[in-house]
Design a protein. Structure first.
Length: 264
């Protein structure tokens, strides 16, 4: 087994979280949780095997093992890791995630999240759940996974989308986004279209107008302020973009939304 397919659209049910210390009295453990997923963040060197799949364990590596899977841990002396035992709900999109990954630069952030879960578990299970859920999403989106799989974009596309979200209120151009991601304009254009079915420019327009729609329906900001907040300060251009993307002028979008919720 090289990959697993967790579904992360709903929060997990965290059953236990703690710091595991092994390899003191034995160099080999066999472990299976019939009904629970195993999440481990490692601080030691060793080997993990399940079935015919063998994975080196190194500090900063993270594993996610599905329920009812027999796992063999081989230690080289005292071995410490952070563990979480959890249930995942069956709904939502299945995401293709390696059983074992090198978290690399993300390992520090993952360690913070999981240690927060460990300390919160006795008194605030809801806080522990929030920390573990955030960690699971980070694990599912680690770069370097072969093949995007359902519900996951190419890491370069994900990085470009993240840059767009962070700079939606300001000027955005394809060359600027490509430069931020560290690839050429041509490469970004090709990969983005292949992964999303949209051009980069179309995606930027779509995200700006989705945010505008939210602000029109959920806030009392003026149309002028909303236009500026989504990076389209020219009111004529904003009005035209709303008609094209949302099917109505900004004021009509707002009015229809209020009619639909019974507000005057």
């Amino acid at each position: 087994m090289e990959f697993t397919t967790p579904r992360l659209d709903e929060p997990p049910a965290v059953v236990d979280a703690g710091i595991g210390v092994h390899g003191v009295s034995t160099a080999h453990d066999v472990f299976r949780l019939p009904d629970l997923w195993q999440l481990h963040l490692y601080h030691y060197e060793g080997v993990l095997s399940l079935g015919r799949s063998v994975h080196p364990i190194r500090p900063g590596h993270v594993s996610l093992v599905p329920p009812d899977t027999e796992v063999h841990f081989h230690y080289r002396g005292r071995s410490e890791h952070v563990y979480v035992h959890l249930r995942l709900h069956g709904g939502g999109t299945a995401r293709r995630v390696p059983v074992m990954q090198d978290a690399a630069a993300e390992s520090t952030r993952l360690a913070d999240l999981l240690r927060n879960a460990v300390t919160a578990m006795p008194t605030s299970p809801a806080r522990a759940t929030a920390e573990v859920w955030a960690a699971l999403w980070r694990i599912a989106e680690l770069p370097g996974i072969e093949g995007a799989g359902p519900g996951r974009h190419h890491p370069l596309v994900a990085a470009a989308q993240a840059h767009v979200e962070e700079h939606l209120a300001g000027p955005l151009s394809v060359p600027d986004i490509a430069r931020a991601v560290g690839i050429s304009h041509t490469h970004l254009t090709r990969v983005f279209r292949a992964e999303t079915g949209r051009t980069v420019v179309s995606y930027i327009r779509h995200r700006r107008l989705q945010r505008a729609r939210h602000l029109l329906l959920s806030s009392t900001l003026s149309v002028t302020a909303i236009a500026a907040a989504v990076g389209i300060a020219d009111l004529q251009a904003f009005n035209k973009a709303c008609r094209r993307e949302l099917g109505a002028s900004p004021r009509d979008v707002r009015a229809r939304g209020r009619e639909g919720t019974g507000r005057g």
